[in-house]
Design a protein around this ligand. Structure first.
Ligand code: SAM
Length: 426
């Protein structure tokens, strides 16, 4: 689906460019249009080649639409969105060198146990590769399968060539790094519910993750769960806002963070404001802007003695294992995390009309299939702070939407854990 969506959007761009070319006598944009067309073709080939094993496998399978599986991997970042991060991590940018240096210094200074590290939302995996030499086992965790596949094939020795849309489609050629002796695993998972045994990791790293994750409190709990007592969490991200904070005050200041992390079972080892030029393309593109931004860089240690920390008593497993009490829970929409469903009518050049269904959550929008939109609309219409999950499910069922109890609970999982749109009360 991801590849098909990109192909359609590139086909529309090509169609419009050709239309211009047709009407212009003297095409002064010819150089740029050619680069753009070449860039789109190259980028599609990168995605198709990387995902070939998956598309071949799926072509052999009987088609089974599963709106929920789809909704649970939509993070708002496609592999194509991530290409500028591949440039940032692997083109020898000063920005990446700065990040690498900060992490390496803090690991050397504070790390006591070098067994395992997990980089959450590892994206282009530059930081993962950079720390992998220090640890026996390293895990790159990301929701985007296609991004991890591109990163894995590159780290394993395949050169990567693509064009950067944000840099007027300039070409970027990346040479793979030297092979590393230590184990690297690429894990496709939501960072809010990871497949690691509790208390098993020496270090967790987050870079540009805490600032946009739907629920930073849940992420903090999950990192606390997977770290060994005494394990390190190192973070580099824009300031974040906790769901319980007043919306009007915006994101937290550095000095407002320790009290939260201490309550969550961490000791603060260091905390500083840094500046970072995110996705700075100046090295390859003279007309690039320089997006300097404020970043919170901190290192925390999970308490050696974690017995005082209240465990999350209502486990995530309740959405997957048969359990009667979950049906009595009452959902309400989380303050400040409203969801917008939009039915857009697009009128194109030939007056042709297309309808697109879109969903927007936390500032990100993406198109969704019609059956999922109906399910979502009906489910959320029942969320009024009084109806229990059982009552809402009955309402959905009576509307003629054929949906098993198991699938409904998975939808609630997606809404509650993944997108953090609803809270649940007993
Ligand atoms: C802004 S990018 C940052 C990538 C990398 N950490 C960096 O700073 O270069 C965010 C990455 O997190 C991934 N991501 C977003 N939500 C996620 C989630 N809930 N679980 C796992 N990965 C997620 C995206 O696929 C993307 O690769």
């Amino acid at each position: 689906m991801e590849i098909e969506e990109i192909k359609t959007s590139f086909a529309n761009i090509s169609y419009r460019l050709e239309d211009y070319e047709h009407h212009l006598d003297d095409n002064m944009f010819a150089g740029r249009t050619d680069m753009m067309k070449q860039g789109m073709a190259v980028n599609i080939r990168v995605l198709e080649r990387t995902c070939k094993a998956i598309t071949d496998f799926l072509a052999e399978q009987p088609r089974k639409d599963n709106a929920l599986a789809w909704s649970s991997v939509k993070s708002g970042f496609t592999c194509h969105d991530m290409l500028p991060y591949f440039y940032q991590d692997w083109f020898g940018t000063p920005e990446f060198a700065k990040v690498e240096n900060l992490f390496s210094k803090t690991i050397t200074e504070h790390c006591k146990d070098w067994e395992s590290v997990a980089v959450l939302g590892s994206g282009a995996c530059g930081l993962l590769y950079s720390v992998a030499d220090d640890f026996q086992v390293s895990y790159g965790v990301d929701l985007s399968l296609s991004t991890l596949l591109v990163a894995k094939q590159f780290i394993q020795g395949e050169p990567l060539v693509f064009h950067l849309q944000r840099a007027d489609w300039h070409k970027v050629e990346l040479t793979p790094p030297a092979s590393t002796a230590n184990e690297i695993h690429y894990v496709v998972s939501d960072v809010l519910n990871m497949p690691f045994v509790s208390g098993s990791l020496s270090v967790v790293i987050t870079q540009y993750m805490l600032d946009f994750i739907s629920n930073p409190i849940r992420l903090t709990e999950e990192i606390y769960r997977v770290l060994k007592p005494g394990g390190l969490w190192i973070n580099f991200s824009n300031p974040c806002r906790l769901p319980s904070d007043p919306i009007e005050l915006g994101r937290r200041k550095l000095n407002e963070l320790p009290v939260f992390f201490e309550k969550m079972g961490f000791d603060v080892l260091s905390m500083e404001n840094e500046r970072f030029a995110l996705l700075n393309l100046e090295k390859i593109y003279s007309e690039a802007g320089n997006n300097q931004q404020l970043v919170h860089f901190f290192t925390l240690r999970k308490n050696e003695n974690d017995s005082n920390i209240p465990a999350d008593d209502r486990s995530i497993q309740r959405f997957f294992n048969r359990n009667d009490s979950v049906w009595r829970e009452i959902p309400r929409i989380v303050k400040g995390r409203e969801l917008a469903l939009a039915r857009k009518k697009l009128f194109g050049e030939q007056g042709a009309r297309r309808e697109v269904l879109e969903i927007s959550v936390g500032g990100r929008s993406f198109s969704i299939p019609a059956d999922f939109a109906l399910l979502l609309e009906t489910t959320l219409a029942g969320v009024d702070g009084k109806n229990s999950l059982r009552q809402i499910y009955t309402g959905v069922y009576e509307k003629g939407i054929g949906l098993t109890e198991d699938v409904f609970l998975q939808l609630i999982y997606v809404l509650h854990v993944q997108h953090y749109l609803i809270e649940l009360e007993d």
